[in-house]
Design a protein. Structure first.
Length: 569
């Protein structure tokens, strides 16, 4: 006897719906089952055509019904073929447009000159220090990795009850890695500035021996027996993994099966975006740095709201092997830190091809902390700075940030978003999500927290394949238009798109545009609003232009001290 899933799979085969779509009726299935094998009827095809926006004459409809019945088995077989989330499509998105010049010359990595840091009497004072300063303590053996790791583990245990930002403590692994780091450093083997630094991973990244839950109840005990490329590269750099940090369920917002992750600056608010755990933990001084992911704002939003420095790299800069796929042509992995240069140090460790994620390009990251930013062409998104739906203090912070940038010897050029800025990012994101998250949204839908998401996913299954392709074609036009704009500026600045928990419409559109084009962005704190919540500023660069984007953000950060503030936990 056919199951409900079988009925729905059959009825979905032409309409392009999910095998679990509740939008289809059992009555049509019953009609088809009257024959020895399921058959599609004119009535079924008329319903499917209405969803797809198609009209047929009587003669055409008869021909379509005949052809659809001929290929029915192909649709059914396709849906029955198991595909793990880790299987990517054969087509790979490329952010490089025709005529775009990419600098492929490798140059020496040039960090800031380290200062001689003295260990404070109370070690917990360093909990909020940037990696650059922690690294100096470890390198000169002022502190051991084991001491730092123990301190951060203690803080994770103490403050998680308030923040709900930890899914799994990786304490055993962390203590082993810290002890190994100390032995190596004592023996004269120093791997670099991340050696011995405790860090946290968004719980979309696989870490061997520990659960990778994706924030979803169906996977709360699931162990993926491998390390994501980013995890293995940070292990190779000597970094110490102390925790798997909360992600919103299936990388959507800040609510996971353990509840909502809170903002350390305002515990009445969530920390926004699916990289909520990394944002909260970094801001609260529970890790030295963290790794997040972004599809459409999930690094920038929690970084901005939690007052940390976040880097969304160029699409194709960092491998996503071993990371949950939400949208293959949009997903990016980046660093969430306490300073811009911290982001540069982390990016240097995790970037580059691994022969596993075929979308990654071999483009050097030539960081120069001493780059003279006066030689950069810098724009600002004028319409976004003209929005008036934010608080007076936030507007004042935006204006002050522009003045600070001008004081660096930079002339700001007004720019506008391109003509095709309104390309619907959700048409691409949700189309890919439906395939990526078939499990659990369709196989275990009753176990997910938010049933409204399942409804939204089902609705997007109604989108015809040709419309998804046309959205991608519009994306190509948008990419070329943005490349033309970026031929005139190296970096541009824009207000945070969710300041005061109120969307700035132009800045929000900019986040969608630059995720579609694959451009890098760096967000830094630039003050506080009347409620004492952090406000932030975003720097957007050219494709594979992280070095210049980070350099300008660093120059701004060096001229201010907002990134040195810490929440009153």
């Amino acid at each position: 006897m056919a199951s409900a899933a079988d009925r729905r799979a059959f009825l979905a085969c032409v309409a392009g719906l999910s095998a679990s779509s509740p939008l289809l009726t059992d009555a049509l299935w019953a009609q088809a089952r009257q024959q020895s094998q399921p058959r599609l009827t004119r009535e079924m095809l008329l319903s499917a055509a209405a969803v797809a926006g198609l009209r047929f004459s009587t003669a055409q409809l008869d021909a379509v019904v005949e052809r659809a019945n001929q290929i029915l088995d192909t649709y059914l077989e396709l849906r029955e073929t198991p595909l793990d989330n880790s299987v990517a499509p054969a087509l790979h998105f490329n952010p490089i447009t025709p005529g775009m010049k990419i600098d492929r010359t490798r140059r020496p990595f040039q960090p800031s000159v380290s200062r001689r840091i003295v260990r404070p009497r109370d070690l917990e004072t360093v909990a909020f220090w940037p990696v650059t300063r922690l690294a100096d303590l470890i390198r000169r053996r002022q502190v051991t990795s084991l001491e730092l790791t123990t301190m951060y583990l203690d803080r994770l245990k103490r403050f998680n009850a308030k923040l709900n930002c930890v899914v799994t403590l990786t304490e055993d692994l962390a203590l082993r890695q810290a002890a190994q780091a100390d032995r190596e450093i004592a023996a004269g083997t120093y791997r670099g500035p991340l050696h011995g630094i405790p860090w946290g991973a968004k719980d979309l990244l696989a870490a061997k021996g520990y659960p990778t839950t994706w924030g979803a109840a169906p996977f709360r005990n699931r162990i993926i027996d491998q390390d994501a490329t980013v995890v293995s590269r940070l292990h190779a750099a000597g970094a110490v993994l102390v925790a798997k940090l909360a992600t919103g369920e299936l990388a959507i917002d800040d609510v996971w099966f353990g509840g909502q992750t809170k903002n350390p600056w305002d515990l009445s608010m969530g920390s926004q975006g699916s990289s909520a755990g990394p944002g909260a933990a970094t801001a609260a001084g529970l890790v030295g740095f963290s790794i997040g992911t972004e599809t459409y704002g999930s690094i920038l939003e929690p970084s901005g709201i939690c007052g940390v420095t976040g880097l969304r790299p160029t699409f194709g800069r960092v491998s996503r092997h071993g990371v949950m796929a939400l949208s293959w042509s949009l997903d990016k992995v980046g660093a969430m830190c306490r300073s811009v240069e911290d982001c540069a140090l982390v990016l240097a460790a995790i970037q580059g091809p691994d022969d596993r994620d075929m979308s990654v390009h071999d483009v050097p990251f030539n960081w120069n902390a001493r780059l003279d930013v006066r030689g950069l062409r810098v724009g600002y998104l004028k319409a976004a700075f003209s929005m008036t739906n934010q608080s007076r203090q936030t507007d004042a912070n935006d204006a002050a940030a522009l003045d600070t940038i001008r004081s660096l010897g930079i002339s700001l050029v007004p720019i506008e978003l391109p003509a095709h800025a309104s390309v619907p990012i959700r048409a691409i994101q949700f189309g890919e999500m439906n395939a990526a998250l078939k499990d659990p949204f369709y196989t275990r839908a009753t176990e997910v927290i938010r049933q409204d998401r399942a409804v939204s996913m089902n609705a997007m299954r109604l989108m015809p394949a040709s419309d998804y392709v046309d959205a991608s074609r519009l994306r190509s036009l948008l990419m070329q238009e943005m490349a033309d704009i970026m031929s005139k500026v190296d970096v541009y600045v824009v207000p945070f798109d969710y300041a005061d928990y109120t969307p700035n419409a132009v800045a929000t559109l900019n986040t969608a545009v630059t995720n579609l084009t694959g451009q890098p962005a760096v967000i830094v704190p630039h003050g506080f609003n009347e409620k004492g919540q952090p406000t932030s500023l975003t720097f957007v660069g050219r494709v594979f232009g992280e070095a210049e984007t980070l350099a300008l953000a660093k120059a701004y950060q060096d001229a201010t001290d907002w990134h040195l503030k810490s929440p009153p936990l």
